[in-house]
Design a protein around this ligand. Structure first.
Ligand code: BGC
Length: 616
């Protein structure tokens, strides 16, 4: 259980009454218009996505409505009031399509239906309508790179070398070998063969799997139950685009494109350079040069953007992008004449180990220089395209644990990360539970692990269960109001009595109310909504400061964040930003303050403190 230290006075009034949360979620009834705050009114802004707060829901873990211990669509519908009160503009829904659930939905066996575990298509339509009534858009996760091996397309493709879908996946005869004991050797029609090259799967082992019925290997970047589609076959693109039309016609606002950089493989199948590391199963890792980021992906994205643009209401494409540099990230926007993604995720700021990927290393350093450099690049090196920042998702340990110092400063560091997310020029992508400071609950026994990479990789790789535990709604046994069933699919985090929505809603100083306040501010402050961005005090080794300049007549907003465990005296010079005033009114801070007026030329920031102030 995590003990939260006393947090000093917050100088703002909060208008959020405690929500009465019960174990059984109430049936959905639309909120009366009077209950909707002006800031949450519908927007017809064609660039809504530029200002959006996008909230990722991992459906298994958000809200269970039928007591089976697994979250579902009706559960999400019952929590829309909460999401609206938080200020969420759009939900990114991780996959709820029919799936054998090897990769918990990222292995899809039917792209135009709902898995009965999560509900029905009627439940989906009801959720979408209710979300629209709450002015919340729904973005679906679209997995284009691979299907499940139980998808009828793959079953047919794997059945022979001559069936109509024989060329829908990446098949290969393999490389002849004289050694029947070689790793992954199989007896083909012309003798023993091994996989065609050294490509490794991101999820451990070789990326090639043998199918006796074809006497061939197929390629899988992820689990062997996730065969990669052959995007060089136009029929594959047509089938996938048709699936997306199915959902666009139903009214979804767009897609988060899963593993989009991996759509194509080099047709020569040449070996990749090795990284020099072995994965948790002991297999040598190849560096994915010939399986990631190939130019052909951009052609598909340009066509996909045209498809999206042919629909009304400003649909949007968000991309899962892990690349090593900002220059690489820029490529995924396309060009003004040939646009691609509106919102490729900028994972450079929030997931900065070796270009990102699955990052379950705890206590990644809260490195100010890294933050200042990558945030500055996001502002200056993306050709004014819209950045999308993200610090939490279902593949990485929660930011609370990655950036926290594991001790009493964690709550302050969580505020600091949220402040960056909501006060830079970025659209904001957040993950369920981040708003309340949910922690990573890494399994302690192999028997308890559900994520296959954690089972095969134990104990080196413990998988991603830790960041997927059920949402903590209330301090109620047995399941924190996530479910009435004490046997939830993953255990409830033991810290739920303190870290939960109900308790934090009632506490004006909670992380939840910190986040609500910042999200509200980014809607109501012209500087945060539309203003420019200038980094201040650029040589300060401990404090990140920046100003959001205001459109004519508005008040600039200054943000100062202490990345150190010592109190810092900050001196800001706003003349570089052409702001003559040095007087500022405090909007939000987690440090004690004698009064609400600041002189920006000199002020103190206590350890890991965040300060947001409005220039007068
Ligand atoms: C998703 C993962 C998933 C993988 C394969 C990703 O990047 O975010 O959760 O395992 O794609 O679909």
């Amino acid at each position: 259980m995590i003990c939260r230290p006393p947090i000093a006075l917050l100088l703002f009034a909060l208008l959020f009454p405690p929500a009465a949360l019960t174990q059984t979620p109430p049936a959905y009834t639309p909120p009366a218009p009077a209950q909707i705050r002006a800031a949450e009114a519908p927007t017809s802004d064609p660039t809504w996505w530029k200002h959006a707060v996008i909230y990722e829901i991992y459906p298994r873990s958000f809200q269970d409505s039928n007591g089976d211990g697994i979250g579902d669509l009706n559960g999400i519908t019952s929590r829309l009031d909460y999401l609206q009160s938080l200020g969420v503009d759009a939900i990114w829904l991780a996959p709820t399509y029919p799936s054998p659930q090897i990769d918990f939905g990222y292995d899809i066996s039917d792209y135009t239906a709902v898995d009965p575990k999560y509900g029905s298509l009627a439940d989906f339509d009801r959720m979408l309508a209710a979300a629209n009534a709450h002015h919340i858009r729904i973005l679906l996760d679209m997995v284009l790179n691979h299907t499940s091996d139980k998808h009828p397309w793959f079953i047919e493709s794997a059945s022979s070398r001559t069936n109509p879908r024989a060329d829908w996946y990446i098949w290969n005869d393999g490389k002849p070998t004289t050694d029947p004991h070689a790793l992954n050797a199989h007896l083909g029609p012309k003798g023993w063969v091994t996989p065609p090259n050294n490509w490794s799967s991101l999820f451990q082992g070789s990326a090639w799997e043998w199918v006796p019925a074809r006497s061939q290997f197929y390629y899988h970047f992820f689990y062997r139950q996730q065969p990669d589609l052959n995007w060089r076959n136009p029929a594959v693109e047509k089938a996938m685009f048709d699936s997306m039309r199915f959902w666009l016609d139903r009214g979804v606002a767009g897609f988060r494109l899963d593993a989009i950089t991996n759509l194509f493989e080099d047709p020569t199948l040449q070996d990749e350079p090795l990284t020099g590391r072995r994965d948790a199963s002991g297999f040598p890792e190849s560096n994915h040069t010939f399986t990631s980021g190939l130019p052909e992906v951009h052609d598909v994205l340009r066509r996909l953007r045209k498809l999206i643009n042919s629909y009304p209401d400003n649909r949007v494409l968000v991309g899962e992008i892990y690349v090593p540099t900002t220059a690489d990230l820029l490529q995924w926007y396309g060009t003004p004449a040939a646009p691609e993604l509106q919102l490729p995720m900028d994972t450079l700021v929030g997931f900065h180990e070796e270009g990102g990927g699955v990052t379950n290393a705890p206590n990644v350093q809260l490195n100010l220089l890294h933050f200042r450099e990558t945030i500055s690049e996001m502002e200056t090196a993306l050709d004014n395209y819209q950045p999308l920042l993200v610090f939490d998702n279902h593949d990485n340990a929660r930011s609370w644990d990655r950036f926290g110092d594991g001790g009493p400063h964690n709550p302050l560091i969580a505020r600091l990360i949220s402040t960056i997310l909501y006060t830079t020029r970025s659209a904001a992508l957040t993950y369920y539970g981040a708003e309340i400071g949910m922690t990573t609950h890494t399994p302690t026994r192999r028997e308890g692990v559900r994520d296959p990479i954690g089972i095969t990789g134990w104990p080196k790789e413990k998988g991603r269960d830790g960041e997927r535990t059920p949402m903590q709604w209330a301090p109620l046994a047995p399941a924190a109001a996530f479910s009435t069933n004490p046997h939830t699919w993953l255990p409830i985090g033991a810290d739920y009595p303190a870290i939960n929505v109900a308790t934090e809603t009632a506490d004006p100083r909670s992380l939840l109310n910190w986040n609500r306040t910042l999200i509200e501010l980014r809607r109501t402050s012209p500087a945060l909504h539309d203003g420019g961005f200038i980094i201040l005090d650029t040589a300060n080794p401990s404090v990140l400061s920046y100003v959001r300049t205001a459109p004519a007549g508005g008040h600039p907003i200054v943000v100062s964040l202490n990345f150190s465990a010592e109190t810092q005296v900050v001196h800001l010079d706003l003349t570089a930003a052409k702001i003559p005033s040095i007087a500022a009114k405090l909007v939000i801070t987690d440090t004690a303050s004698p009064n609400s007026l600041y002189t920006l030329t000199t002020f103190n920031l206590s350890p890991y403190a965040s300060l947001v102030a409005e220039v007068q």
